[in-house]
Write a protein that binds this ligand. Structure first.
Ligand code: GDP
Ligand code: MG
Length: 401
């Protein structure tokens, strides 16, 4: 059955220079013609004067489009009214509203991208720093896909060899057969493990590293936060207990997003609000990738006097701030080299596969494990997929993507 033709506003709502309405499906050209008149040649654009707005129309012929279907983009002025009016006309001409991620889902179903690339689309949209964007982009360009596919195919091959061994008596197996199979499983496991080792960096690139300021009231946490951010975000005063809730801001350190959190000072207090703040501070400190502990590793207010053996910084003069940022980076436990990282979904599938890739003397168990490992590895790219898997991936998208 032919796919319905879908349309949506692909740009973020609100004020902006332009908005883009995207139409995709077998009737995309017919719908667009009804809305905007004669279309440009595929791969070209055309300026049209409609009664609602002056628009730019771009046409892409299947399979040379984002979705792999016929696609038309209509660029209007930004804001609410013009794009809505054009979208309504698309509906009147027979298109229906696209669901979340439906354009990218179609790109996946039409073989334009695999699941690791589709996920990279959202991650590129969500990227907060240049490094996070570069990571998403290398995945979007298929850096992960090729490796995932090769892992999947190797698991299938090893699995079929293990199955084959089940059909034969021990004496019938070629010499060294089981040892070679074992070596294959061990090598596959090592490669899965090496990719999984990058998951930590991936998590930091996508969610940000958690860096928490800790120390007693009045030790200079809020001032240091402001100095690191270069703004006066947190309230600074000489009254102990000023900061009672946690304040969180993003900071870009060497291209890595960092969630910098200023907490209530750690002290015993009768004030219930402050006590709750202290409890939350302890919780954050336990989860932190790095703690700027003003009683231990970092000494602030060094303009008033230095402490040997500690990293001396000053919120007043700015001394030591760059060294502190470098120290934070060093403590994020990033692996050397640049390689695309696995997404959270991919990391969990890699973990599943890793768990199955244990050598065993029992060929029946081995064959079963390899089947399960292959299944997990196949879901990385979508070589193996279910409706649930697709729903889980594409529900993270917005309408229009
Ligand atoms: N001289 C100097 N004073 C500072 C510095 N950092 C903070 N202070 C002062 O120390 C007091 C407490 O600072 P604040 O940042 O509110 O500490 P917090 O309670 O730990 O958040 C304020 O009076 C600040 O002006 C610094 O680097 N140098
Ligand atoms: Mg404070």
């Amino acid at each position: 059955m032919a796919q319905p033709t879908i349309a949506a506003i692909a740009t973020a709502p609100g004020r902006g220079g332009v908005a883009v309405i995207r139409i995709s499906g077998p009737d995309a050209f017919a719908v667009a013609r009804e809305v905007a008149g004669e279309l440009p040649e595929p791969g070209r654009f055309r300026f049209r004067r409609l009664d609602v707005d002056d628009v730019l129309v771009l046409a892409f012929q299947a399979p040379n489009s984002y979705t792999g279907e016929d696609v038309v983009e209509i660029h209007t002025h930004g804001g609410e009214a013009a794009p809505r009016a054009v979208l309504e006309r698309c509906f009147a001409a027979g298109a229906r509203l696209a669901e979340k991620g439906e354009f990218t889902l179609r790109a996946f179903l039409n073989g334009k991208m695999d699941l690791s690339e589709a996920e990279a689309v959202i991650e590129l949209v969500d990227a907060k720093t240049a490094k996070a964007a570069a990571d998403a982009r290398s995945r979007l360009q298929g850096e992960r896909k090729a490796r995932y596919l090769s892992l999947y195919h190797r698991a299938l091959e090893l699995g079929s060899e293990a199955e084959h061994s089940l059909d034969l008596d021990e004496g019938e197996l070629p010499p060294g057969f089981m040892a070679r199979l074992d070596a294959g499983v061990t090598a596959l496991k090592a490669e899965v493990g090496a990719i999984l080792a990058r998951a930590h960096e991936g998590h930091i690139l996508r969610e940000g590293a958690l860096v928490v300021l800790s120390g007693p009231p009045n030790s200079g946490k809020s001032s240091l936060m402001n100095a690191l951010l270069g703004t006066s975000r947190a309230i600074v005063s000489d009254i102990p207990g000023t900061t009672r809730d946690s304040i969180e801001e993003y900071l870009d350190i060497g291209g890595y997003p960092v969630r910098l959190v200023d907490t209530a000072g750690l002290r015993d207090t009768a004030d219930v609000v402050e006590r709750e703040g202290v409890r939350r501070a302890r919780e954050l400190i336990a989860q932190a990738d790095f703690v700027i502990d003003l009683t231990r590793n970092v000494h602030t207010k060094c303009d008033l006097g230095r402490v040997p053996g500690r990293l001396n910084v000053s919120a007043v003069t700015g001394e030591g701030l760059e060294e502190l940022k470098a120290e934070i980076l060093r403590n994020l436990k990033l692996l050397p080299g640049r390689e695309a990282t696995p997404s959270e979904r991919e990391a969990s599938l890699l973990g599943e596969a890793l768990h199955q890739l244990e050598p065993t003397d029992d060929p029946v168990i081995l064959a079963n494990r390899l089947r399960d490992a292959g299944d997990a590895l196949g879901r990385l790219t979508g070589s193996v997929y279910s409706d649930d898997l697709l729903a889980a991936v594409f529900s993270r998208f917005c309408v229009g993507k």
